[in-house]
Design a protein around this ligand. Structure first.
Ligand SMILES: [Zn+2]
Ligand SMILES: [Zn+2]
Length: 225
């Protein structure tokens, strides 16, 4: 399975002009060139930037309708190019082409409903957990059912202490706790959805996370598992 990170930022990054150096577009990912997670406002620019063939995108699935994850114009662009928009309720499992996609309820109370996804392409299985704070027990149980090759976790809040957003997003300490508890079931952990205002540079964050054996996503990053 190939995962291309089209964007790895939270909602506070500028969505139009990318900054030089560190820049993150709104969080979105493309699986195997044909399954897109979250048609946010930056997806058209990211598709152009990373030379994605839009005609290959067959399916678009949505975690939730916060503005950084769902944009009507992006949906129109993708569906006019031939993609199909497929929405999920928590607990639903659907067969989408070669994928078995299971949606789990997410801990993201500023936007209800929000779901996370377990995506199985017949060979590998990943967990996509953006946005949300501590995983709910129901999703942990889903993860435990079958080993997960890659888990993508929310790291919006960074190292900031005492931030109110921990009730809807993770900070780094929460990510590490969850990784330690789930290591038996998950082969590789990656963080994404970093807020511009709550993080140091990508290099500093990457060094910090490497010590924990967690990879830090960046825009345009490709992971093959
Ligand atoms: Zn978000
Ligand atoms: Zn959100």
């Amino acid at each position: 399975m190939k995962i291309l990170f089209l964007g790895t930022g939270a909602a506070d990054w500028p969505t139009e002009k990318p900054r030089f150096g560190d820049h993150r577009w709104c969080a979105s990912a493309l699986i195997n060139d044909d399954l897109l997670i979250d048609p946010g406002p930056c997806v058209p620019d990211a598709i152009y930037r990373y030379n994605v063939d839009i005609r290959k995108i067959k399916y678009v699935i949505v975690t939730h309708r916060h503005g950084d994850h769902f944009d009507e114009k992006t949906v129109e662009i993708l569906t006019s190019a031939g993609a199909k928009l497929i929405e999920f309720s928590a607990g639903e499992e659907k067969q989408i082409g070669r994928y078995t996609v299971t949606a789990t309820e997410a801990n993201h109370p500023t936007c209800v409903p929000t779901v996370h996804f377990l995506i199985d392409d017949g060979e590998k299985r990943i967990f996509y957990g953006l946005d949300g704070a501590w995983l709910l027990l129901s999703e942990v149980e889903e993860i435990k059912k079958k080993p997960v090759d890659l888990a993508i976790l929310d790291a919006t809040v960074g190292n900031k202490k005492g931030d109110y957003r921990i009730f809807e997003h993770n900070n780094i300490r929460m990510v590490i706790e969850q990784k330690d508890s789930l290591e038996k079931y998950v082969r590789k952990f990656v963080i994404s959805h970093m807020a511009e205002s709550l993080h140091d540079s990508h290099d500093i964050l990457t060094r910090q996370m490497r010590k924990e054996n967690i990879e830090t996503a960046y825009d345009g990053m490709v992971i093959e598992i």
